[in-house]
Design a protein around this ligand. Structure first.
Ligand SMILES: Nc1ncnc2c1ncn2[C@@H]1O[C@H](COP(=O)(O)OP(=O)(O)OP(=O)(O)O)[C@@H](O)[C@H]1O
Length: 438
C-alpha cells in the first residue's frame, strides 16, 4: 500500500491467480473514524508460454501456472493446433509420452485468447527407434549433403537393400515435405521413397527410407569405361529431361539438378538414370510455367550448386521450374566435354558469367560433337526464363534420339569429377577447367 503526501492511499494487488478472483472488502480507519468499500477482482488477459521439459525416454513434461484457467494446445511441425486438455486449469503439470514422434510446440488459451507458442521440442520415437533398429541393419555410407547423411542399409525382414537419408533438423531441410513430394513420384528416373521415421535414430533426425541407387553418380560411371559415347550422353539426357518433365507436369520443381544428385541404376537390363535429393524441391501449384515459391521457402544453395544455377537465381528472383532446364543445359555441356561452361576463378567471376550468359563452344572440345547438341544446350541456356526450352520441348530434339556412338574422351570429365569430390582439387584447377576461350 502506497500513501501519498496528500493523504491518498493506493492498494496494488500483484501476482494474482485464478483462485484469487472475487469481491474484496476494504476498511480504512483513522482517529476520526472509518470507511468501507468493496471491489470485484477479475483475473484475465492472454496467458504466458508453458514450460516444456524433456522426459526420458522421448517424452515431454509441459507445465504452467497462470492467473486464469487455460487450455493447453499442441501443434506438431507443419500441422494444425489441437487441444490437449479436457478442462481448463490455472496450473498443471502434464507428462506427454504417447504423442506420435515429431517436433511439438505448445501454447495456452484462456478466455478465447491464445498465448505465444513454446519453441519446438522433439517428442516420442522410442517405439519407432526400436522398430527401426530391429528392421534396418546399417552398411556403408553413400554420401553426405548439407542437411543429410545417406547410408546403405539392409531391410532384415525382406533382405532388400535401401538407402537411409538421415536428415538433421534445424539445417533448413524439411524431410516430411521431401517425403511427401517423393511419395507422389512415379517415374523410372526419380528415386522412390519407401518410408519415413521421425526422431529416428535419435531426437532431431528424420530418416527417409529410399530406393537404393547402387551405381553411384552417373558421370563417375560414364567416365569409367569405354561406354562413354555421344549416344550414351543422349540416352541419359533423355532420361533426365523425361524425369524433369514428369516433375514439372506434376507441379514440382527440383531446383538442385547437378552431378551429385544424378545417379545411375545398373541392376536392370539397361542403365537407368535416377534423380535424387528433392530436399530443395518446391511444389509450384501451376505446372511448368507455374508461380514460383517465395525465396524463404527454398533451401539456401550449396556452393557446388552455383555452376548449375541460372541467372535469375543469382539475381535473387523466386524459383520456377525453368531453373531445372538451365541446370540440365549446364549438365549436358559438362557431360559432353568435362568442361564447366560458366566456372571461373572466383565466385564473383562465375556469377558474372552466369548473369551475362557468357560461355562458348571451343572448337578443340566440340569438334567431334554433333552441332544439334550445341543447339539444344543454347536453347536450355536461354537467359530469359520465360522463353527457355522446357524439358517436354527439349525431348523433341532429334539429336537425343539419333546421336552417333562416337566415343568421347573422359580425361576432362575425370578432372571435373575430381575437383567436385569432397576434399578434391578444388579451386586450384578451376582455371584449367573452364572453357579456354571464354
Ligand atoms: N537413394 C540413394 N541411393 C544412393 N545414393 C544416394 C541416394 N540418395 C542420395 N544418395 C547420395 O547421397 C548424397 C547426399 O544425398 P542428398 O543430396 O539427398 O543430401 P542433401 O543433404 O539433401 O544434399 P544437399 O547438400 O544437396 O542438400 C547424394 O549426392 C548421393 O550421392
Amino acid at each position: 500500500m502506497d500513501l501519498a503526501p496528500d493523504g491518498l492511499a493506493t492498494l496494488t494487488i500483484r501476482d494474482v491467480r485464478a483462485q484469487d478472483a472475487g469481491v474484496y472488502c476494504c476498511l480504512v480507519s483513522n482517529a476520526l473514524g472509518g470507511v468501507q468499500s468493496s471491489a470485484r477482482l477479475v483475473v484475465g488477459g492472454a496467458p504466458g508460454v508453458p514450460a516444456v521439459r524433456a522426459l526420458a525416454p522421448g517424452g515431454l513434461l509441459v507445465q504452467w501456472d497462470e492467473p486464469a484457467p487455460a487450455h493447453l494446445e499442441y501443434c506438431r511441425a507443419g500441422e494444425d493446433w489441437r487441444r490437449a486438455t479436457e478442462a481448463p486449469a490455472a496450473a498443471c503439470s502434464l507428462p506427454l509420452a504417447e504423442l506420435p514422434p515429431g517436433q511439438y510446440s505448445f501454447r495456452l488459451v484462456a478466455g478465447g485468447a491464445a498465448g505465444p507458442a513454446s519453441a519446438p521440442a522433439p517428442c516420442g520415437g522410442s517405439w519407432q527407434r526400436e522398430q527401426f533398429a530391429r528392421r534396418y541393419s546399417l552398411e556403408e555410407e553413400l554420401g553426405r549433403g548439407r542437411t543429410a547423411r545417406v547410408v546403405a542399409a539392409r531391410d532384415t525382414g525382406t533382405g532388400q537393400r535401401v538407402a537411409l537419408k538421415q536428415v538433421v533438423s534445424g539445417r533448413g531441410a524439411d524431410a516430411s515435405r521431401e517425403y511427401r513430394v517423393l511419395c507422389r513420384c512415379a517415374h523410372g528416373g526419380l528415386v522412390r521413397a519407401l518410408a519415413l521415421f521421425s526422431e529416428v535414430p535419435r531426437a532431431g533426425v528424420t530418416s527417409l527410407v529410399l530406393e537404393l541407387v547402387a551405381g553411384g553418380p552417373l558421370l563417375d560411371w560414364a567416365a569409367s569405361g569405354p561406354h562413354y559415347t555421344q549416344q550414351l550422353v543422349a540416352t541419359h539426357m533423355r532420361q533426365l529431361l523425361s524425369a524433369l518433365d514428369w516433375l514439372h507436369a506434376n507441379n514440382v520443381a527440383h531446383l538442385d539438378v547437378r552431378p551429385e544428385n544424378i545417379l545411375v541404376e545398373l541392376s536392370g537390363a539397361q542403365p537407368q538414370l535416377k534423380l535424387v535429393d528433392l530436399g530443395s524441391a518446391i511444389e509450384t501449384g501451376g505446372g511448368a510455367g507455374g508461380a514460383g515459391a517465395s525465396p524463404s521457402e527454398v533451401l539456401p544453395p550449396a556452393p557446388a550448386q552455383l555452376e548449375f544455377a541460372p541467372p535469375e537465381y543469382v539475381l535473387g528472383r523466386p524459383p520456377t521450374p525453368a531453373w531445372d532446364s538451365w541446370a540440365a543445359g549446364v549438365f549436358l555441356y559438362v557431360f559432353l566435354t568435362g568442361l564447366s561452361p560458366f566456372l571461373d576463378e572466383s565466385i564473383e567471376e562465375t556469377t558474372a558469367n552466369i548473369i551475362k550468359c557468357d560461355y562458348c563452344f571451343p572448337p578443340e572440345h566440340w569438334a567431334g560433337v554433333a552441332p544439334r547438341a550445341q543447339a539444344l544446350i543454347r536453347a536450355l541456356l536461354e537467359p530469359a526464363a520465360a522463353t527457355r526450352l522446357a524439358p517436354a520441348a527439349a525431348l523433341q530434339e532429334p539429336w537425343l534420339h539419333e546421336a552417333p556412338a562416337t566415343p568421347l574422351s573422359a580425361t576432362q570429365l575425370k578432372t571435373f569429377l575430381e575437383r567436385r569430390r569432397p576434399g578434391g582439387l578444388g579451386d586450384a584447377i578451376c582455371q584449367s577447367l573452364r572453357s579456354p576461350d571464354t
